[in-house]
Design a protein around this ligand. Sequence first.
Ligand code: CMC
Length: 393
Amino acid sequence: TGYFTYDPGFTSTGSCESKITYIDGDEGILLHRGYAIEDLAENCNFLEVCYLLLHGELPSPEQLSTFDKTITYHTMVHEQINYFLRGFRRDAHPMAILCGVTGALSSFYHDSTDIEDPHQRMIASHRLIAKLPTMAAMAYKYSVGQPFMYPRNDLSYAENFLYMTFGVPCEPFKVNPILSRAMDRIFILHADHEQNASTSTVRLAGSSGANPFACIAAGIASLWGPAHGGANEAVLKMLQEIGSKDRIPEFIKRAKDKNDSFRLMGFGHRVYKNFDPRAQVMRKTCHEVLGELGITNDPLLDIAMELERIALEDDYFIEKKLYPNVDFYSGIILKAMGFPTSMFTVLFAVARTVGWIAQWKEMIEDPGQKIGRPRQLYTGATQRKFVPQNERG
Ligand code: CMC
C-alpha cells in the first residue's frame, strides 16, 4: 500500500502550509504574519494581535475599534452555561471544566457550527475569543465558591478577565495597569506557536469537518499535558518540591540522570535550541510584576533564579540546549498575581484560542486540505486462526 516515513513525534514531518507563524528555532526567532514577537509584545494589545493572526494584517484604528466592539459583543455566555458548569464537582480541575464547557458551546451556538459558511466561521472565531476568558473566570469562581461576575465591556480584554476573576460584587474593582499590561503580554506571548501538539490536534480534529467548538475543546485537552501547556503549572510544583536553594544541586543531578524520569520543568523546547524569544520578554515582565507587587524575596522566585543561573552555566544543559522557556517565567508571574497553579494552563488556553482558531480557519479555507490520517508501523501479531471462547485460556 505504498511507502511512508516512520516519524514518531513528527519531528521531521511538515503537516500543512501556513502563513500565520514563522519560527527559526536556531536563531530564536518568532514572527506572526512577519512581525517579531518582541515588537508585538512591546507595542500591541492582545486584540490587535488577535486581529493580525486572524486577518493577516495589523488593524487600522477603525478596524481595531470595530474588532474590539465585535469581541466585547460576544463576551457573555448563554445563561444555561451557568447551570451546565455547576454540574461539575467543586474540586474539578479548571482545565477539565474548560474542556467540557468549550465542547458544550457546540450545543449552544448551532448557527456557527456550519463550517461551510465563511461568515459563520468568523462568528465562531469571535465567539471563542470572546467567551474563553468568561468561562475561564467562571471555572475559577466556581472553585472558590464566589459568584460568577458578568463581563464588563467597558474594560479591555485583559482588564475584564482580571475583573471577572478577582472582582466581587460587593467591592469596586480597581485595575492595576502594570498587572493588566502583564496579563495582556502573557496573552500575546501565548497567542500562537505554529504546529505544536495542541494546534496540530485542532487541525487534525478539524480536518474531519468537526465544528470549531469541538476542535478547540480537543486543543484544550492536548494543551493540558505537562510536556505542553501544563508546564507552567509543573514549574511551580517543581519549585515547591525543591523547597529551598540548597536542594537545587540534588535536583540538577536528578535531571541529568538517565535512569531518573525527573526533568527540569520550564527548560528545553522542541524547536528553540538557542533561546526562546518569548521567555526573554516574559523574564522582563516577571521582574516588573514582582517589583510592582513589592515581592523582593519570594523563596520560590529565589529558587527559580538560581535554577536559571545554574542551568545556563551547566555543561549538560548547554550541550543539550536546554534554555528556560516561556512557561518558566509565566508560572512565576501568575503566582505573584494571585492565580492558583491550577489556573495557569487555563490562561494559556485562553490566549492560544486565537492561534487555534486562526489555524483552523486557514486549514478549512485551504483548497488542498485533506483529512489527517497518519500511517503506522504495525508491530503486533501476524494473522492467526480465530480461537472460540470455550477453547481460550
Ligand atoms: N530537563 C532535563 N533534561 C531534559 C529536559 C529537561 N527539561 N528536556 C530535555 N532533556 C534531555 C532529555 O533527557 C534528552 O536527553 P538524551 O538526549 O540524553 O536522551 C534530551 O534532553 C532531548 O530531550 P527530548 O525529550 O528528546 O526533547 P524534545 O524536543 O522531545 O522535548 C520538551 C522537548 C519541551 C518536551 C522537553 O524539553 C521537556 O520535557 N521539557 C520540560 C517540560 C516543559 O518545560 N515543557 C514546555 C515546553 S514550552 C511551552 C509549550 O510549547 O507548550
